[in-house]
Design a protein. Structure first.
Length: 177
């Protein structure tokens, strides 16, 4: 499945052959991405990324969480997806990351907007949340720009590299918002 964001950007459902592209960016931008993404420290070789991609792609249909590569003119630049989806209560969470060189261009804001539209209309989700580290200003500006509401702070909600906990701001948007 492909979701068109604009003439240059598309979200393409994750495939097994995406592992090399994902690992290449993680390995190249390890310091930058590792500041806020704990999984970077555990992604030491291509096999680690292959295991992750396989775990996402090879799930039963009823447990499928839509994960997409973000592509700019066909080139891989990041990941975005739904996680911890609660089908019974029609709610999910969006997680994302983007290559450093593509930051500040509106790509992730537009990609999150497209994924929200998909979740609300195609999946009949009622509530979407995004969690962002309190200090990660670029990340938390995305839900703010898209009209998400700050619900509160999850104290020490994520363990970062270096065995340091960080507080997470929780933003949510309802289908009716």
């Amino acid at each position: 499945m492909i979701l068109k964001v604009d003439s240059d950007i598309e979200l393409r459902e994750l495939e097994l052959n995406d592992a090399a592209d994902i690992f290449r960016i993680i390995n190249k931008e390890r310091e930058y991405l590792g500041t806020w993404l704990p999984f970077v420290a555990y992604t030491k070789e291509l096999k680690d990324t292959e295991c992750f991609v396989s775990s996402v792609v090879n799930v039963p249909v009823e447990k499928l969480e839509h994960t997409f590569t973000i592509r700019k003119q066909g080139e891989f630049i990041g990941l975005i997806g739904l996680k911890d989806t609660d089908v019974l209560n029609k709610k999910t969470e969006i997680g994302y990351w983007l290559s450093e060189k593509e930051q500040g261009k509106g790509i992730m804001t537009n990609s999150v907007k497209e994924l929200c539209d998909f979740a609300f209309t195609k999946l009949q989700i009622n509530r979407i949340q995004i969690k962002c580290a309190v200090g990660n200003v670029p990340s938390k500006n995305i839900p703010k720009r898209l009209g998400f509401k700050l619900e509160g702070v999850e104290r020490e909600g994520e363990l970062l590299t270096g065995n340091t906990f960080t507080d997470l701001e929780i933003y949510s948007k309802l289908k009716n918002d």
